[in-house]
Write a protein that binds this ligand. Structure first.
Ligand SMILES: O=c1[nH]cnc2c1ncn2[C@H]1C[C@H](O)[C@@H](COP(=O)(O)OP(=O)(O)O)O1
Length: 224
């Protein structure tokens, strides 16, 4: 990523304005190096932002430029596929193992690598470090990943199905991404979603700010 964009994205996520909007104040950004030196009483978990480029008019009129995969968990919350890393396990190995278990990712074809790391957060209250990675694929590959999900070991138990994040905005300025942001997310998954969308240049910081503001301003008035 070029330095100018990196500054924009990081600056955006560290700005006081966004800090007030982020859903969970208990997650503090931490570098991968620092997280690996953290007290052994902390657990590590890793989750993955699987995305593909897309040029589609949803419902024939709302432009959408990417597909991003999330899942409905056993507890009714939305999150990304991934999970807890075993004590002696390498983080990327553990993440690939979890992806195989949760969404039946074909590891012969797709594999998350260390270079795909996006951001990590530490939560001192729960003694957890959360690592977030990306897996950019083509749209055809994304479709193949979606189709294989039904055969996952965890499907119907820990995970209740995958979904595509609505990245479009409908005529009323709310339904689509802004409304989606009012769903219930596990941990800091909502902030990870916003971060992934910005870092992979799927949406601009301005588009994200707009969606966040609309999600909060119109939450009560737009319910069906
Ligand atoms: O998508 C997520 N983003 C951030 N944190 C998440 C996400 N999904 C779950 N979590 C949290 C919840 C727990 O504190 C840990 C581990 O949960 P989970 O992924 O359910 O772990 P297992 O599959 O049981 O290994 O991460």
């Amino acid at each position: 990523m070029d330095e100018a964009l990196k500054f924009t994205v990081d600056h955006y996520f560290e700005s006081e304005v966004l800090e007030k909007l982020l859903s969970d104040q208990h997650h503090r950004k931490i570098s991968m190096e620092e997280s690996l030196r953290i007290d052994r009483s902390f657990r590590h978990a890793a989750h993955c932002f699987i995305c593909a480029p897309l040029n589609k008019l949803v419902l024939g009129k709302y432009p959408s430029h990417a597909s991003v995969l999330m899942q409905l968990r056993f507890d009714g919350l939305l999150g990304f596929p991934g999970g807890i890393i075993e004590r002696e396990e390498d983080i990327v190995c553990g993440l690939n193992r979890e992806l195989q278990e949760e969404i039946n990712l074909d590891l012969g074809r797709f594999m998350v690598r260390e270079a795909d790391h996006l951001i990590s957060h530490v939560n001192h209250r729960h003694k957890f470090v959360f690592h977030f990675y990306s897996l950019p694929v083509t749209f055809e590959e994304f479709r193949a990943i979606e189709k294989q999900n039904l055969e996952a070991t965890d499907y119907g138990n820990e995970t209740l199905g995958i979904l595509r994040v609505p990245l479009y905005t409908m005529k009323d300025g709310y339904h689509g991404l802004a409304a989606f942001l009012n769903q219930q997310f596990v941990g800091n998954a909502k902030d990870q979603l916003l971060y992934g969308l910005a870092k992979l240049k799927i949406l601009t910081p301005e588009e994200l700010s707009e969606a966040i503001h609309k999600s909060q301003a119109l939450k009560l008035t737009k319910a069906y």
